[in-house]
Design a protein around this ligand. Sequence first.
Ligand code: ADP
Length: 193
Amino acid sequence: MLIVFIGPPGSGKGTQAKRLIAHLSIPHLSTGEILREAKASGSSLGQLAAQYMDEGRLVPDPLVLAMVGEKLREPKFADGCLFDGFPRTLQQARALDESLAERGTPLDMALELKADDNELVARMLRRASAEGRADDNPQTISHRMEVFRQQTAPLLDYYRFQGVLTPVDAMGTPDEVFERIKTAIDKRRRPKA
Ligand code: ADP
Protein backbone atom coordinates (compact mmCIF):
# COMPACT_ATOMS: atom_id res chain seq x y z
CA MET A 1 0.00 0.00 0.00
CA LEU A 2 1.11 3.53 -0.78
CA ILE A 3 -0.27 6.01 1.70
CA VAL A 4 0.25 9.74 2.17
CA PHE A 5 -0.25 10.85 5.75
CA ILE A 6 -1.38 14.46 6.18
CA GLY A 7 -2.00 16.24 9.43
CA PRO A 8 -1.31 19.62 10.99
CA PRO A 9 1.64 19.89 13.36
CA GLY A 10 0.71 18.29 16.67
CA SER A 11 -1.94 16.02 15.15
CA GLY A 12 -0.04 12.92 16.27
CA LYS A 13 1.12 12.00 12.79
CA GLY A 14 4.50 10.74 13.97
CA THR A 15 3.00 8.59 16.74
CA GLN A 16 0.36 7.10 14.48
CA ALA A 17 2.82 6.60 11.61
CA LYS A 18 4.95 4.34 13.82
CA ARG A 19 1.94 2.18 14.66
CA LEU A 20 0.70 2.10 11.11
CA ILE A 21 3.94 0.95 9.52
CA ALA A 22 4.11 -1.90 12.04
CA HIS A 23 0.47 -2.79 11.38
CA LEU A 24 0.79 -2.74 7.58
CA SER A 25 4.44 -3.91 7.41
CA ILE A 26 5.38 -1.10 5.05
CA PRO A 27 8.41 1.19 5.25
CA HIS A 28 8.19 4.72 6.54
CA LEU A 29 9.40 7.78 4.66
CA SER A 30 9.31 10.81 6.95
CA THR A 31 10.74 14.00 5.48
CA GLY A 32 10.86 15.54 8.97
CA GLU A 33 13.12 12.67 10.07
CA ILE A 34 15.25 12.75 6.92
CA LEU A 35 15.73 16.50 7.36
CA ARG A 36 16.50 16.22 11.08
CA GLU A 37 19.11 13.55 10.28
CA ALA A 38 20.61 15.77 7.59
CA LYS A 39 20.75 18.63 10.09
CA ALA A 40 22.40 16.43 12.73
CA SER A 41 24.97 15.17 10.21
CA GLY A 42 26.16 18.76 9.76
CA SER A 43 26.31 18.37 5.95
CA SER A 44 25.95 21.56 3.95
CA LEU A 45 22.47 20.54 2.75
CA GLY A 46 21.56 19.76 6.35
CA GLN A 47 22.74 23.16 7.51
CA LEU A 48 20.75 24.81 4.77
CA ALA A 49 17.61 22.86 5.71
CA ALA A 50 18.07 23.73 9.38
CA GLN A 51 17.79 27.43 8.65
CA TYR A 52 14.22 26.82 7.49
CA MET A 53 13.21 24.14 9.99
CA ASP A 54 14.32 26.08 13.04
CA GLU A 55 12.00 28.90 12.04
CA GLY A 56 9.09 26.61 11.22
CA ARG A 57 9.31 27.43 7.52
CA LEU A 58 9.12 24.80 4.80
CA VAL A 59 12.39 23.63 3.36
CA PRO A 60 12.41 24.61 -0.35
CA ASP A 61 10.78 22.08 -2.69
CA PRO A 62 13.86 21.32 -4.83
CA LEU A 63 15.86 20.30 -1.76
CA VAL A 64 13.06 18.15 -0.34
CA LEU A 65 12.32 16.57 -3.73
CA ALA A 66 15.98 15.67 -4.25
CA MET A 67 16.15 14.01 -0.84
CA VAL A 68 12.88 12.10 -1.29
CA GLY A 69 13.79 11.07 -4.84
CA GLU A 70 17.00 9.52 -3.61
CA LYS A 71 15.20 7.64 -0.82
CA LEU A 72 12.45 6.35 -3.10
CA ARG A 73 15.02 4.62 -5.27
CA GLU A 74 15.87 2.31 -2.38
CA PRO A 75 14.39 -1.13 -3.19
CA LYS A 76 12.51 -1.34 0.11
CA PHE A 77 10.13 1.38 -1.09
CA ALA A 78 9.21 -0.47 -4.31
CA ASP A 79 5.94 -2.03 -3.16
CA GLY A 80 4.63 0.14 -0.38
CA CYS A 81 5.36 3.16 1.72
CA LEU A 82 3.88 5.50 4.28
CA PHE A 83 4.76 9.07 3.30
CA ASP A 84 4.80 11.11 6.48
CA GLY A 85 5.11 14.90 6.28
CA PHE A 86 5.42 14.67 2.52
CA PRO A 87 4.07 16.05 0.27
CA ARG A 88 3.50 19.37 1.98
CA THR A 89 3.02 21.61 -1.06
CA LEU A 90 1.12 21.18 -4.33
CA GLN A 91 4.41 21.13 -6.19
CA GLN A 92 5.61 18.24 -4.03
CA ALA A 93 2.29 16.40 -4.55
CA ARG A 94 2.52 16.73 -8.31
CA ALA A 95 6.14 15.59 -8.31
CA LEU A 96 5.21 12.57 -6.21
CA ASP A 97 2.35 11.68 -8.55
CA GLU A 98 4.72 11.86 -11.49
CA SER A 99 7.29 9.57 -9.96
CA LEU A 100 4.63 7.11 -8.83
CA ALA A 101 3.08 7.15 -12.31
CA GLU A 102 6.49 6.37 -13.81
CA ARG A 103 6.75 3.37 -11.51
CA GLY A 104 3.18 2.33 -12.22
CA THR A 105 2.29 2.37 -8.53
CA PRO A 106 -0.38 5.02 -7.87
CA LEU A 107 -1.27 6.23 -4.41
CA ASP A 108 -3.87 4.14 -2.56
CA MET A 109 -4.97 6.75 -0.07
CA ALA A 110 -4.30 10.09 1.57
CA LEU A 111 -5.05 9.82 5.29
CA GLU A 112 -5.94 13.13 6.89
CA LEU A 113 -5.70 13.58 10.67
CA LYS A 114 -8.12 16.24 11.88
CA ALA A 115 -8.01 18.04 15.22
CA ASP A 116 -8.91 21.50 16.46
CA ASP A 117 -6.25 24.15 16.76
CA ASN A 118 -6.35 24.58 20.56
CA GLU A 119 -5.70 20.89 21.06
CA LEU A 120 -2.85 20.91 18.52
CA VAL A 121 -1.05 23.79 20.22
CA ALA A 122 -1.51 22.24 23.68
CA ARG A 123 -0.03 18.95 22.46
CA MET A 124 3.02 20.60 20.93
CA LEU A 125 3.72 22.62 24.06
CA ARG A 126 3.55 19.41 26.11
CA ARG A 127 5.92 17.72 23.63
CA ALA A 128 8.28 20.70 23.89
CA SER A 129 8.81 20.10 27.58
CA ALA A 130 8.94 16.30 27.21
CA GLU A 131 11.19 15.91 24.14
CA GLY A 132 12.84 19.29 23.65
CA ARG A 133 12.37 19.42 19.88
CA ALA A 134 14.01 22.61 18.57
CA ASP A 135 10.95 23.70 16.61
CA ASP A 136 8.40 23.21 19.42
CA ASN A 137 8.42 26.74 20.85
CA PRO A 138 5.36 29.01 20.89
CA GLN A 139 6.50 31.27 18.08
CA THR A 140 7.58 28.48 15.74
CA ILE A 141 4.47 26.49 16.53
CA SER A 142 2.12 29.25 15.44
CA HIS A 143 4.17 29.71 12.29
CA ARG A 144 4.03 25.99 11.47
CA MET A 145 0.24 26.06 11.91
CA GLU A 146 0.00 28.98 9.51
CA VAL A 147 2.26 27.26 7.00
CA PHE A 148 0.04 24.19 7.20
CA ARG A 149 -3.08 26.24 6.54
CA GLN A 150 -1.58 28.10 3.62
CA GLN A 151 0.63 25.56 1.91
CA THR A 152 -0.46 22.07 2.94
CA ALA A 153 -4.23 22.37 3.41
CA PRO A 154 -4.71 22.84 -0.39
CA LEU A 155 -3.47 19.26 -0.77
CA LEU A 156 -6.64 18.06 0.89
CA ASP A 157 -8.68 19.29 -2.10
CA TYR A 158 -6.10 17.87 -4.46
CA TYR A 159 -6.47 14.38 -3.00
CA ARG A 160 -10.23 14.72 -2.50
CA PHE A 161 -10.51 15.40 -6.21
CA GLN A 162 -8.50 12.25 -6.92
CA GLY A 163 -10.91 10.29 -4.72
CA VAL A 164 -8.21 9.09 -2.32
CA LEU A 165 -8.75 11.43 0.66
CA THR A 166 -9.74 9.66 3.90
CA PRO A 167 -10.31 11.95 6.90
CA VAL A 168 -9.82 10.57 10.42
CA ASP A 169 -10.74 12.30 13.69
CA ALA A 170 -7.47 12.81 15.62
CA MET A 171 -9.04 13.95 18.91
CA GLY A 172 -8.78 11.46 21.76
CA THR A 173 -6.12 9.07 22.97
CA PRO A 174 -3.49 7.60 20.61
CA ASP A 175 -5.24 4.20 20.94
CA GLU A 176 -8.62 5.64 19.98
CA VAL A 177 -7.15 7.45 16.97
CA PHE A 178 -5.28 4.34 15.83
CA GLU A 179 -8.48 2.28 15.94
CA ARG A 180 -10.15 4.84 13.69
CA ILE A 181 -7.21 4.74 11.28
CA LYS A 182 -7.35 0.95 11.04
CA THR A 183 -11.10 1.05 10.41
CA ALA A 184 -10.65 3.67 7.68
CA ILE A 185 -7.96 1.59 5.99
CA ASP A 186 -9.98 -1.61 6.14
CA LYS A 187 -12.92 0.16 4.51
CA ARG A 188 -10.69 1.32 1.67
CA ARG A 189 -9.07 -2.03 1.16
CA ARG A 190 -12.22 -4.15 1.14
CA PRO A 191 -13.71 -3.04 -2.20
CA LYS A 192 -10.44 -3.97 -3.92
CA ALA A 193 -10.08 -7.35 -2.24
P1 ADP B 1 5.56 18.56 12.10
O1 ADP B 1 4.59 17.77 11.28
O2 ADP B 1 5.36 18.37 13.56
O3 ADP B 1 5.68 20.01 11.72
P2 ADP B 1 7.86 17.30 10.73
O4 ADP B 1 8.82 16.46 11.46
O5 ADP B 1 7.03 16.65 9.69
O6 ADP B 1 7.01 17.97 11.87
O7 ADP B 1 8.62 18.54 10.05
C1 ADP B 1 9.50 19.38 10.76
C2 ADP B 1 10.03 20.49 9.84
O8 ADP B 1 10.78 19.90 8.76
C3 ADP B 1 8.96 21.33 9.14
O9 ADP B 1 8.51 22.41 9.92
C4 ADP B 1 9.71 21.81 7.88
O10 ADP B 1 10.59 22.88 8.18
C5 ADP B 1 10.55 20.61 7.53
N1 ADP B 1 9.87 19.70 6.59
C6 ADP B 1 9.46 18.42 6.83
N2 ADP B 1 8.89 17.87 5.74
C7 ADP B 1 8.93 18.83 4.77
C8 ADP B 1 8.48 18.89 3.43
N3 ADP B 1 7.87 17.85 2.84
N4 ADP B 1 8.70 20.02 2.74
C9 ADP B 1 9.31 21.08 3.30
N5 ADP B 1 9.75 21.10 4.56
C10 ADP B 1 9.57 19.99 5.31
